[in-house]
Design a protein. Sequence first.
Length: 410
Amino acid sequence: MSTTAAPSPVAENRPATKAGRFYVPQLDGLRFLAFLLVFIHHGPRMSVLFPVRSAGRASLTFLQNWGWCGVDLFLVLSAYLITSLLLIEHEKYRAISLRGFYLRRILRIWPLYYLMASIGFFLMPWLGMFADPLNSASHAKLMKDHFLAYYTLFGNYSCGAHSYPSVWTLAHLWTVTLEEQFYIVWPLILSLMLRLRRAALWGLIAALLVGTICLRLHYVGHSRHPFIWTNTLTRLDPLLMGIAIALWRRAHPPRPGWLIPMLKLALGVVAIVSISWGPGIETQSRNVVWQFFATAGGFALILDAVLPLGRNPISWVLSRQPLVWLGKLTYGLYVYHILGLQFGGMLVGWLQGHHWVEAQAAVLVSQSVVSFALTVAVAAISYRFFESFFLRMKDKMSRVKSRPVRDSLA
C-alpha cells in the first residue's frame, strides 16, 4: 500500500503553480470584465434601444452611468496579484528584491503607457485628429497642465487639479499613474512590515482604510470633481481590499465548493449596485465617502468568490479560453479603447454619410461593435509585436513567475 499522503482539499485549491508559476486563469476573465465595464461606460449609449422601464434598459443604464467602477476592479486585482507574488517571493527567498520588482513593473507598464502618452501629446495634435493642433493655445495649455505630470507618473494629480486633458486618448491614463504610485510604495512597505508580526500589517491596513475614508470626507465640499476620484490618497480602498484578500488567502487558502462563492458573488453585486442609490460621483457629494468603499468591498467579495476551484461555476466560466485570451490583452484593451471608440465613431459616421447605416439602432450597434473590434485588433497586434518583447525580458528576471508569455495568442 502506498504511503504517500493524499493532497488536502485546501492544498489542491491553491492558485495554479504550473512550471513553478503563480497563475490564476480565472482572474484573466475577471480582468476582462473590468475592462468591459469601462468600455460600456465610455461607449455609445445603447440603453436607448430598450423599452422604457425594461430590465435591459435599467441594466445598461446602470453600466453606462456607473461602469467607472471597473477601474476599482482593476485596482483590487492588481493589489491582490502584486501582494500575492511578493508574499510568495518572501516565503521562498526570505526577502523581496525591490530592484527586481521595479524593473519588472517598468517592463510591463512603461512601454505601452509612454507610447500612448506620446500619441496623445504629440501625434494626435500633429495629425489634427481628435486633438487641437500643435501650435494652438489649447495645446499649449494641455502641455502646461499635464505634460510633466504624465511623464513623471503623477497624471492623476494633474487631472484632479486641472480636470482631464483635452485630448480624450490621454484622459483615462491617470489610472495607470495611480497604480504606478502604488507599485513604487507598497513593496517597500510590505518588505519592512513582514519583519514584524502579521497583526501589525493588518493594523496598518485598517489604519490606512480609515484614513482614506476620513480624507475623502475632509475634501468633500472643498474640491471639485475629479479631485477625490483621481487622488491616490483618497482612493486607497480598492488597493487595500486587494491586499487584504492576498494576505488572508495566503494564510487561509479557499476551500473548494460553490455555495459560499455564490453567496459572496451575490453580496458583492448588491454592494456595487448600492452605489446607484446616491448621486453620481461627479457631483462629489458626501456619498463618495461610502460609494468608493462599497465598490471596493463589493469587488473584493467577487474576487474572493472566484478564487476557489472545485465545483465553483464562477471560476469555471471566467477561466474559459475566450475570456482568458481577452484578459491577457486587457492592459492593451484599456490603453487603446478610447482610440478604438474614436476611430469606430469616425468610421460609422462615414458609413452614415454614405447612407449605408441610417437607423439609430444600427448606428449605435455598429459603433459599439466596430469600436470593440478595432480595440481588440489593435491590442492583439500590440501584444504580439510590441508588448511581448518586454514581457519576455520581464519573465526572465522574475523570481516568482506569473502568467506565461507566448509568441502566439492562440
